[in-house]
Design a protein around this ligand. Structure first.
Ligand SMILES: [Zn+2]
Length: 274
């Protein structure tokens, strides 16, 4: 009996710590009265992301929070450090827990962890995945209504199209020169359009993007990959050629893709009812 009690105590004391989903690494740098809010926020973000992808890519997800002096938005900047896959969040601490939860940066950076660091010609793929996923995560977490989901995607695609009109290089070249040419919106939203088209095609086969990503992180997630390498693994885990057929088209495309309003509505309904 005594042994049994010792065992139970061991699990109660040690197990929760070991199975924690997130780890805030630089608590000591932030004033104590802010701790509760930040912990609640990070915990919420990780849980919301897990709700979409059914699984976390790593455990625990590591965070660092840097107080930001730019007080015009809650999280002006976020970044994944690929050395240890930790997420750095520049955060304006004057904002409330609700403001922090409603900011998209956390969900965007968490989404990046589901794919490896990709070669420069595939930045559009990496940013497109995070840009599309953040919308699904926020919809499923109840932070966006279906209408807001549709509005955000439509507005983003519009920005992407506008940015594409200034440069008609092939997408992989625009991707290599993204910072120099400031073709961020073209890259982010061409990539988002790619994943929208892929997701719709997967749904017709009874699959969807989060299911395929869940399979991918279970078998095959690595630190670094070329874009085309990732695409062939995604074909394999989805037992289809959906990823590669869209990839071939998108990689060299000089124009901005057309996604119909009807299809964006379809996605809103699909993820809202799940
Ligand atoms: Zn990003």
């Amino acid at each position: 009996m005594k042994k049994f009690i010792v065992l139970i105590t061991f699990f109660l004391v040690f197990l929760p710590a070991h199975s924690a989903n997130y780890l805030w690494q630089n608590k000591q740098d932030i004033a104590k009265h802010q701790h509760e809010k930040i912990q609640q926020w990070l915990k919420f973000g990780v849980k919301a992301t897990e709700k979409t992808f059914h699984k976390l890519p790593f455990k625990p997800i590591k965070f660092r929070v840097k107080p930001s002096k730019r007080n015009n938005e809650p999280v002006p900047w976020g970044q994944v450090n690929r050395m240890d896959n930790s997420i750095l969040l520049h955060t304006s601490l004057k904002f409330s827990i609700n403001d922090l939860k409603n900011d998209w940066t956390l969900y965007h950076e968490l989404s990046h962890l589901y794919l490896p660091f990709l070669s420069d010609d595939a930045r559009w793929l990496s940013e497109g995945f995070a840009t599309y996923s953040q919308q699904i995560i926020m919809l499923k977490a109840g932070l966006l209504s279906s209408t807001e989901f549709v509005e955000r995607i439509s507005a983003g695609l519009k920005r992407g199209r506008k940015n594409t009109s200034m440069n008609d290089d092939m997408l992989f070249i625009a991707s290599q020169n993204m910072r120099k040419q400031r073709s961020f919106m073209r890259n982010y939203w061409s990539g988002a359009a790619f994943f929208i088209e892929v997701d719709l095609a997967l749904q017709q086969k009874g699959l969807n993007l989060p299911i395929v990503i869940n399979r991918y992180i279970t078998c095959c997630l690595t630190d670094e990959m070329r874009g085309d390498e990732l695409i062939s693994v995604l074909d394999e885990v989805s037992q289809s050629t959906i990823f590669s057929s869209f990839f071939q088209e998108y990689y060299v495309r000089e124009d901005f893709p057309s996604i119909t309003q009807k299809n964006i509505n379809k996605l809103a309904n699909f993820y809202n009812s799940k």
